[in-house]
Design a protein around this ligand. Structure first.
Ligand SMILES: C[S@@+](CC[C@H](N)C(=O)[O-])C[C@H]1O[C@@H](n2cnc3c(N)ncnc32)[C@H](O)[C@@H]1O
Length: 408
């Protein structure tokens, strides 16, 4: 995500000048000598807005935390946070983590934190991941034997890929978990972590310790990163909601849906025609029977746990063309803007391509329904055309595959 430009960045940076190290190379090998009151040196790479930086500094008052961040618009917030809390054991460097060997002498850093680094899902960008082999070798240079990297992420494919790199590069792995906060919050949270945790996304963590087997930059060229695309990443960085499912339509589910249904103005071209929905069981049952008779239609309900939160249909299934149209309706405002629609449509695409063997899925939405248009684009749909009322979209199996694996 692109960081918003901060207003008055320069004067704000000046206000925090005491925390920022402009010429870190001059401190290389002397960080603790220059800060005699502090006993340990930790580096945080990509500190972002600094919640973790500030809380860790407070928890470890005899440790110097050097926070490296390449985007000043993020770093300023971290610096202001640290300054507001009067923390004397943090310094900031506005640079790229790849410059680490220029900042720290061999073995000078005791611990490195990498929290929620950018996943760079495309294969060709794998070298930019902060856990790519070339980065790991730079970290190995800066750490002593027994020095550690503490790594956390929400992104399962990135975690698995990183674990593989750590292992290939000869690091000793410990404290590995794929659901750090399963039994309550553990350790210091980062800004991203707090957000993902609140959304129910499991946090993955591991500690990598430099061992005799760990490769450093002295070991020469790093291996080429082949087939390094992260599955399930582009557009889907948040995993599909684990409790979300598509269940074939039944009379009971139809009733449950309409009992809490409210019209969505976004689905009405002329909102003056919108009248509040009133539940009528006989009418609902009739609607169910009528839909059951439609040929080439597969109606589903979207369930979150046991709660019916929407309906979804794969309609006009065409066996010859191997295509269908996708339609979706969430039950009311309480379940909108939470990613459920995107997750459900993704399940529907998996059903269409993987189970039904279709080659193309079509969808349309009203011109004014920009939210649905955004969801379709996020899933990899391509805009095809528009008339005075609707925009029309299409996705092929190949496009969905590419979108799924981040290979595009
Ligand atoms: C997804 S944010 C996570 C921020 C913070 N660690 C957290 O967990 O809330 C990743 C941060 O790393 C920074 N970053 C990415 N690549 C970097 C690099 N090569 N060197 C320094 N910072 C980097 C980005 O600018 C961004 O602020």
């Amino acid at each position: 995500m692109r960081m918003r430009k901060r207003r008055n960045l320069t004067p704000r940076m000046e206000q925090c000048a005491a925390l920022m190290i402009d010429q870190p190379e001059a401190l290389r090998g002397r960080w603790l000598t220059e800060h005699p009151a502090l006993w340990h040196l930790h580096a945080e790479l990509g500190c972002g807005k600094g919640r973790f930086t500030a809380d860790t500094a407070e928890a470890l008052p005899d440790t110097l935390i050097v926070a490296v961040e390449k985007v000043p618009d993020a770093m300023i917030l971290a610096m202001e946070r640290v300054q507001a809390r009067g923390l004397a054991n943090v310094r900031f460097i506005d640079t790229d983590a790849e410059r680490l060997p220029l900042l720290f002498a061999p073995g000078e850093v005791e611990r490195i934190y990498i929290n929620f680094c950018d996943p760079w899902p495309k294969s060709r960008d794998a070298k930019f991941r902060l856990t790519a082999p070339a980065f790991l070798r730079r970290y190995a240079d800066a750490l002593p034997s027994g020095g550690q990297i503490w790594f956390k992420t929400d992104n399962a494919p990135l975690f698995d890929w990183s674990l593989e790199q750590f292992q290939n590069e000869g690091w000793a792995i410990s404290e590995l978990t794929r659901d750090l906060h399963e039994n309550g919050v553990v350790g210091v949270m980062t800004d991203y972590e707090a957000k993902f945790h609140a959304e129910g996304v499991p946090i993955k963590r591991l500690v990598a310790t430099k061992a005799d087997t760990t490769k450093t930059s002295a070991d020469g060229a790093v291996p080429r990163l082949r087939d390094a695309a992260l599955p399930d990443a582009r557009g889907f960085q948040k995993p599909t909601h684990p409790a979300l499912r598509l269940v074939p339509s039944t009379k009971e589910l139809t009733r449950a849906f309409y009992r809490v249904f409210a019209h969505d103005p976004a689905l009405f071209e002329d909102e003056s025609r919108l009248v509040p929905y009133v539940y009528d069981e006989a009418a609902v049952d009739a609607k169910f029977e009528e839909r059951q008779k439609r040929v080439n239609n597969s109606p589903y309900f979207i369930l979150l746990g046991d709660e019916v939160i929407g309906e979804l249909v794969l309609k006009n299934l065409d066996e010859k063309e191997k295509s269908c149209e996708l339609g979706i309706c969430l039950v009311n405002d309480s379940v909108k803007n939470k990613g459920y629609g995107t997750a459900a449509e993704r399940l529907a695409l998996e059903k269409a391509f993987d189970e039904l063997g279709l080659e193309t899925v079509l969808a349309d939405c009203l011109l004014k329904n920009t939210r649905s248009q955004h969801v379709l684009q996020k899933l990899g749909f391509r805009f095809v055309s528009e008339d005075g009322h609707f925009k029309y979209y299409k996705i092929t199996r190949a496009q969905f595959e590419a979108s799924r694996t981040g290979r595009e």
